[in-house]
Design a protein around this ligand. Structure first.
Ligand code: ATP
Length: 444
């Protein structure tokens, strides 16, 4: 973990947030390379959900959330962790995360601490005009269920996907970006006919496992955990967590829950007219019927929902951990390399002029960079340090799959040298063939 944290800071992936004022705990900022990797992870998820399938629509709802949403969802009552105070060191901990140096007899009885952040909405701070910062993106998918059905004419089964920030006032944020107070989620709510939920749940667990593998997360570091007993959330009929062997231990990367008809049922008006199987509180505030009409029978059905919910930041950490390698080279030296899948690499290619002050070489490098950039496959840079060895080391360390060197042969024979990050092999290629080579390499 320490090596990853150091690399992230040194190369501009992740910084401690608010650092110049001493920092704020549990918050991180993504730097120039971090934002690229993060966007690529999100884009890969979005493409696999919304574009590659025909049964999912996207959504981008507000972060500030009406208190009633989180009242009827159950969050106001149950979204809390047990908190204990240590009378000896004066610190507070989540009851299951007390460090070894605190003695049992110094701890207070656990009390429930709600993890939701509140803020004031509008100019009057009278205590009544507050809203929550959403603790998960899911609830606004449920509140938009009718809008999406009415505007897209979807029938079951279909899903709504959303990527966005979520906020939790975690008692003990820890392990770098693993547990933070502001993070991003990639959530799908997949609505199905009651009765077909168990099959769909299995399908989504399989689907999500293969997606993580496609991002370069190796199968032997992933495990499925069937959540049982007290650990099962109040809305869930069954939850399978995808666990990953993080540097600090085996922990949840993504959860896939069968939320039954609890959410749509909870947020619906006239609940008594609907056949809701989950135990829901009586809703006296909603103005919408969150159900869908069966085209054959005309009956109103409250769909069951399967929810794969993944953390972008935890995914980032897993992908970074998987790709980070320190390799021994034949000459006895070492190199650090991030063997990221090309579609996730922050920079797809670095174009490197052999000499920093030779304008012909530098101009040609910029021309090639612009040509590759215009293919819209991802970020391409000119690396003009005049030191090829140093440029290779840098781009290995940040996971750039291709380095393209412009030398005097490029001017005389229209040829460039392409170096592959993983094999370190170098090939001479005609400059006119580079765009096709680049496309073939990156779009597989
Ligand atoms: P944990 O038990 O680790 O607190 P959770 O079960 O509360 O997680 P969910 O409510 O299922 O998490 O949220 C779905 C996903 O959102 C998690 O699998 C995780 O990837 C991500 N996530 C949740 N809380 C955090 C956090 N504090 N920091 C970063 N990611 C988080």
């Amino acid at each position: 973990m320490e090596e990853l944290v150091a690399l992230c800071k040194r190369r501009g992936f992740i910084f401690q947030s608010n650092e110049i004022y001493g920092g704020l705990q549990g918050l991180y900022d993504y730097g120039p390379l971090g934002v690229e990797l993060k966007n690529n992870i999100k884009q890969s998820w979005w493409t696999s959900m919304v574009y590659d399938r025909d049964d999912i629509e996207g959504l981008d709802a507000s972060i500030l959330t009406h208190p009633d949403v989180l009242k009827y969802s159950g969050h106001e009552d149950t979204f809390s962790d047990p908190l204990v105070d240590c009378k000896s060191c004066g610190e507070r901990f989540r009851a299951d995360q007390v460090p070894d140096y605190c003695k049992e007899e110094d701890l207070t009885e656990p009390r429930q601490f709600n993890l939701m952040f509140k803020t004031n909405v509008g100019p009057v701070d009278d205590g009544a005009s507050f809203a929550y910062l959403r603790p998960e993106t899911a609830q606004q998918i449920f509140t938009n269920f009718k809008n999406v059905v009415d505007s897209t004419s979807r029938t079951l089964p279909f899903g709504i996907a959303q990527i966005g920030k979520a906020f939790r006032n975690e008692i003990t944020p820890r392990n770098f970006i693993f547990r933070v107070r502001e993070f991003e989620q990639m959530e799908l709510e997949f609505f199905v006919e009651p009765g077909s939920d168990e099959d769909w749940h299995k399908k989504w667990v399989e689907n999500r496992l293969s997606w993580w593998e496609e991002q370069g997360v190796s199968k032997d570091k992933l495990e499925l955990l069937h959540v049982t007993g007290e650990d099962l959330a109040h809305y869930s009929k069954a939850t399978v967590d995808i666990m990953y062997k993080f540097p600090h231990g085996l922990e949840e990367l993504e959860g896939i829950a069968n939320r039954t008809d609890f959410d749509l049922g909870s947020h619906s008006k006239n609940q008594e007219d609907l056949a809701i199987s989950a135990k829901t509180a009586k809703n006296t505030s909603s103005n919408a019927k969150l159900a869908i009409q069966d085209i054959k029978t005309n009956e109103w059905v409250v769909p069951y929902v399967i929810e794969p919910s993944a953390g972008v930041d935890r995914g980032f950490l897993a992908i970074l951990n998987e790709s980070y390698q320190v390799q021994e080279l034949e000459n006895g030296k070492e190199r650090v390399v991030l063997s990221l899948k090309p579609h996730l690499a922050p920079i797809k290619a670095a174009v490197i002029p052999l000499k920093k002050n030779n304008s012909e070489l530098v101009d040609l490098a910029h021309k090639l960079k612009n040509e590759l950039q215009n293919l819209r496959i991802g970020r391409v840079v000119v690396e003009n340090t005049g030191n090829i060895g140093k440029s290779y080391r840098k781009h290995d360390e940040i996971g750039t799959p291709l380095c393209i060197t412009i030398d005097f042969d490029s001017l005389e024979k229209n040829q460039v040298t392409v170096r592959d990050r993983d094999s370190m092999e170098q090939k001479t290629i005609d400059i006119s063939d580079i765009p096709d080579f680049f496309k073939d390499y990156l779009i597989k």
